[in-house]
Design a protein around this ligand. Structure first.
Ligand code: PEP
Ligand code: MN
Length: 337
């Protein structure tokens, strides 16, 4: 249920209602909007709960939350959420661009990539240190050394670091270095991992599983939000279909659809979504045209020699051209990039 407080409800009344919600055996999430504060009361509803809450001082209304996801829904929070992590701002009118190699491979590679993507206008550097590879024989990432190199790239450029965490036991270590914890597509439904990142104060980029529905994506986000971390970005990175000309199928309708049902910001990944470097610039521009809040793009100094995902990575010039194309589209649709 949502406890909608009156416009001029004071802190004491809000604190009292939080206590009442918890006394009724429900979990409370206080969401302070520009207009008014609402308290999401989550858990099994007992008889008369609604009436009991409605009687509280400063309460305007108590409404049921119809969507299966609660804290993520627009019903609970009508205003868009902006996630801020260092130099990266995503959502509520800010378009963030995360760019960099699939994997951190060496000091030279990540520092060079960080400078190049920053120069072209990216607002965060990406790079995997812990890589979830389909084959156990593929490059698995530089692990802690990769994290240290990412931190060095941040020190040199000021760019926020986005990197993946693949296991709950690594969350503490990765959070020490990263500004944004990426949950990869393969782990979207790893609920213990979602709770573990939900217990940190780091922003989270949650990638959609290749066979997950949007409702499942939002319920996965709900695990993170419910653990107390409000800074979640949803990432559409393509789903598996019968089509074989692209690595995955990238549904851009996800952007306006999610916009309608959730306040969380949306990031599009045209690199994994297509699996071909030549498709990335147009799909990035298309994502901006449909109103994405962010982009995550793989960029490598020499894609041919990349240790992972080189075939879908842009070189520096291609990334620079893509940014220019996206800027023109952003201007046309009234977004700022
Ligand atoms: C990645 O970002 O390099 C990655 C492994 O992405 P995904 O989890 O979407 O496959
Ligand atoms: Mn990759």
């Amino acid at each position: 249920m949502i406890v909608v407080m009156e416009k001029d409800a004071n802190d004491e009344q809000i604190a009292h209602m939080v206590q009442r919600v918890e006394e009724l055996g429900l979990k409370s999430h206080v969401i302070r909007g520009a207009e008014r504060t609402v308290i999401a009361a989550i858990g099994e509803k007992r008889e008369h709960t609604r009436e009991a809450l409605e009687a509280g001082s400063g309460v305007e209304n108590v409404l049921p939350i119809l969507a299966p996801y609660k804290v993520a829904s627009r019903e609970v929070k009508p205003e868009a959420t902006q996630v801020v992590a260092g130099s990266l701002k995503v959502g509520a009118g800010e378009l963030g661009v995360i760019a960099g190699p699939c994997s951190v491979e060496s000091e030279e590679q990540i520092l060079s990539a960080a400078h190049a993507v920053k120069q072209a206008g990216a607002t965060a550097i990406r790079g995997g240190a812990f890589k979830p590879r389909t084959s156990p024989y593929s490059f698995q990432g530089l692990k802690q050394q990769g994290l240290e190199l990412l931190a060095a790239a941040r020190d040199e450029t000021g760019l926020a670091v986005v990197t993946e965490v693949v296991a709950s036991e690594d969350v503490g270590l990765v959070a020490k270095y990263a500004d944004v914890l990426q949950i990869g597509a393969r782990n979207m439904q790893n609920y213990r991992l979602l709770e573990a990142v939900g217990n940190t104060d780091r922003a989270v980029l949650l990638k959609r599983g290749p066979s997950a529905t949007i409702e499942e994506l939002l319920l996965a986000a709900e695990y993170i939000l419910n653990a107390g971390n409000p800074n979640v970005m949803l990432c559409e990175r393509g789903v598996r279909t019968f089509e074989t000309h692209t690595r995955f199928t990238l549904p851009l309708a996800t952007v306006p659809y999610l916009r309608r049902i959730t306040h969380l910001p949306i990031v599009i990944d045209p690199s994994h979504g297509t699996g071909h470097a030549y498709l990335v610039p147009d799909m990035a521009a298309a994502a901006v045209a449909v109103g994405t809040d962010g982009l995550i793009i793989e960029v490598h100094p020499d894609p041919e020699k990349a240790l992972s995902d080189g075939y879908q990575s842009l070189n520096y010039q291609q990334f620079e051209d893509t940014m220019q194309k996206c800027r023109r589209i952003a201007q046309a649709v009234g977004a700022s990039l």
